[in-house]
Design a protein around this ligand. Structure first.
Ligand SMILES: [Zn+2]
Length: 212
């Protein structure tokens, strides 16, 4: 979990007299050709007017900027990754063991402390799109998925099957109809061929009879 971001009204270190009043301001930012605005936190001294950011504010600002960069680069946001991981009932360390990136990778992705690589982003998206990929990933790593995660993967597979079953049945029915049509057609071809050879034989016979 992220540490709570708290800012207290402290005495201004610049003048030593005023109090620092926390504020938030939308700042225009741009990254990778994308423009937007990010809420930046800082404090203003009510005596000398100095503006400064404490550790917690600086961290919040860094995270807000990283989140904007992820969005600009078309990468999953920290909140999206957290939602997915929680939906799959994975702990952060289990997710890191499965996906890689180091022991604390997921806490850092999810709090927007770092930007995941495009390879990690793609891997996450593949598993989001097809939960059975998580089982494949686990077997590749020689790991067992937690039982509650396995249940989610299995129930998704079951849902997929139920959704696909009527479609598969329709395809099989169509194939069967086609096959029947073909065999009926070739049967009628056979019988017309039979009639032809029959006619040929008749001709032959009559010719033979005539010759005789
Ligand atoms: Zn001051």
């Amino acid at each position: 979990m992220n540490p709570p971001l708290q800012t207290q009204n402290d005495t201004c270190p610049a003048c030593g007299q005023g109090n620092l009043m926390p504020q938030t301001q939308q700042n225009p930012v741009s990254h990778a050709g994308h423009h937007g605005s990010v809420a930046m936190q800082f404090s203003v001294c009510d005596h000398c007017g100095s503006e400064l950011a404490d550790t917690a504010q600086a961290l919040a600002n860094k995270r807000a900027m990283q989140a904007f960069k992820k969005q600009a680069e078309g990468l999953l946001g920290g909140a999206e990754i957290r939602t997915y991981r929680k939906h799959m009932k994975l702990r952060q360390d289990t997710a890191a063991a499965l996906f890689g990136g180091g022991k604390v990778a997921f806490s850092r992705y999810e709090s927007d402390d770092i930007i995941q690589s495009t390879a990690m982003d793609s891997l996450l998206r593949l598993c989001m799109a097809m939960p059975t990929n998580l089982s494949k990933l686990a077997s590749l790593k020689g790991l067992q998925l937690p039982p509650e995660t396995r249940n989610i993967v299995n129930s998704h597979s079951r849902d997929q099957f139920i959704k696909l079953a009527p479609l598969v049945q329709k395809i099989l029915d169509q194939e069967l109809t086609e096959k029947r049509k073909h065999s009926a057609q070739s049967a009628s071809n056979d019988s017309s061929l039979g009639a032809y050879s029959q006619a040929g034989k008749t001709v032959e016979t009559s010719r033979w009879e005539r010759a005789a």
